[in-house]
Design a binder for this molecule. Structure first.
Ligand SMILES: Nc1ncnc2c1ncn2[C@@H]1O[C@H](COP(=O)(O)OP(=O)(O)O)[C@@H](O)[C@H]1O
Ligand SMILES: [Mg+2]
Length: 223
C-alpha cells in the first residue's frame, strides 16, 4: 500500500538518510525506531505530506504522493490521514465533544459511528462537556484516540503517542491502534517504547550507525 523507494532527506548540507526503501502493507502496524535524531519524525512528516523527501518516491496506492498538487495534498490529508502525537494536539480550551465535532466536519459522510460510541470505547462515557485542560494526559490521549476513530482514516501516523503515558493508557492506545489495523487501517508508529514495538507486526530501524534494517518485533535492539 505504501512503497517508500530510495528516499533521501537532507537539511542544508546535512544528509539525514539516503537510499531508504521500505514497503508497508495495507492494515500493517509498523514501528519506526532508532536513536533520537535519526529522523523518525521527519519520515512520518514525509508520509503525512508535512515535509518532502529530497529525492526518491513515496507511493501510496500506486501514486507518488510527493508529487501531489495543492488540492490533492489537501484531499489526501483530509480523507486518508489520521495523526496521533505525544502532545495530543487537542484544543485545550474547548470541551471533549467540541474537539470531536471538529474532526467530523470536514470529512465526507462516514459510517454512523457517533461521539458517544467512541467515547465509550476509550472509557470516557459521559465526559462530553468537560474542558480538555482539566483532563489528565492519559485522558487527553484517549480523546485524541476517539477523534481518530471518528475520522476513520486509512493511514494513521503516530509520533511517540505513548511517550507521556502510564502503562494502562499505553495499553489502551496500542489496543485501539491494533483494532484499527485489524479493520484495514495502516498504522505507522515512531516509538521508543519496547512494549509498543513488541505489539507491532513489523519493526523498521531508521538510521543510526547500522543504517536501516527491518527486525522482528520482540528482538533485542540496542537503539
Ligand atoms: N526543519 C528542519 N530543519 C533542519 N533540521 C531539521 C528539521 N527537522 C528536523 N531536523 C533535524 O533532523 C534530525 C532528525 O530529526 P527528527 O526527525 O525529529 O528525529 P527523531 O524523530 O528520530 O528524533 C535532527 O537532527 C533534527 O535536528
Ligand atoms: Mg521524533
Amino acid at each position: 500500500m505504501i512503497e517508500i523507494e530510495n528516499v533521501s532527506k537532507s537539511f542544508g548540507f546535512r544528509t539525514l538518510w539516503s537510499g531508504l526503501t521500505l514497503n508497508i502493507a495495507r492494515g500493517e502496524m509498523l514501528a519506526l525506531t532508532g536513536p533520537s535524531g535519526s529522523g523518525k519524525s521527519t519520515l512520518l512528516n514525509c508520509l503525512g505530506l508535512l515535509d518532502k523527501p529530497s529525492s526518491g518516491a513515496i507511493r501510496y496506492q500506486g501514486k507518488d504522493i510527493t508529487k501531489l498538487g495543492r488540492n490533492e495534498t489537501r484531499r489526501f490529508r483530509r480523507d486518508e490521514l489520521g495523526y496521533l502525537f505525544q502532545s495530543y494536539a487537542l484544543i485545550d480550551n474547548a470541551t471533549v465533544s467540541e474537539n470531536l465535532e471538529i474532526a467530523l466536519k470536514p470529512r465526507r459522510a462516514q459510517g454512523d459511528t457517533t461521539i458517544a460510541e467512541v467515547l465509550d470505547r476509550v472509557g470516557l462515557s459521559g465526559r462530553e462537556k468537560e474542558k480538555i485542560h482539566y483532563l489528565s494526559g492519559g485522558e487527553q490521549q484517549r480523546v485524541a484516540l476517539a477523534r481518530l476513530m471518528l475520522q476513520q482514516p486509512s493511514l494513521v501516523l503516530a509520533d511517540e503517542p505513548t511517550g507521556a503515558l502510564d502503562h494502562d493508557n499505553t495499553t489502551m492506545v496500542v489496543d485501539i491502534l491494533r483494532e484499527m489495523s485489524k479493520n484495514g487501517c495502516t498504522v505507522v508508529i515512531a516509538t521508543h517504547d519496547e512494549s509498543v514495538r513488541d505489539r507491532c507486526d513489523a519493526v523498521f530501524v531508521v538510521g543510526g550507525a547500522s543504517g536501516f534494517m527491518s527486525v522482528e518485533p520482540g528482538s533485542a535492539l540496542s537503539a
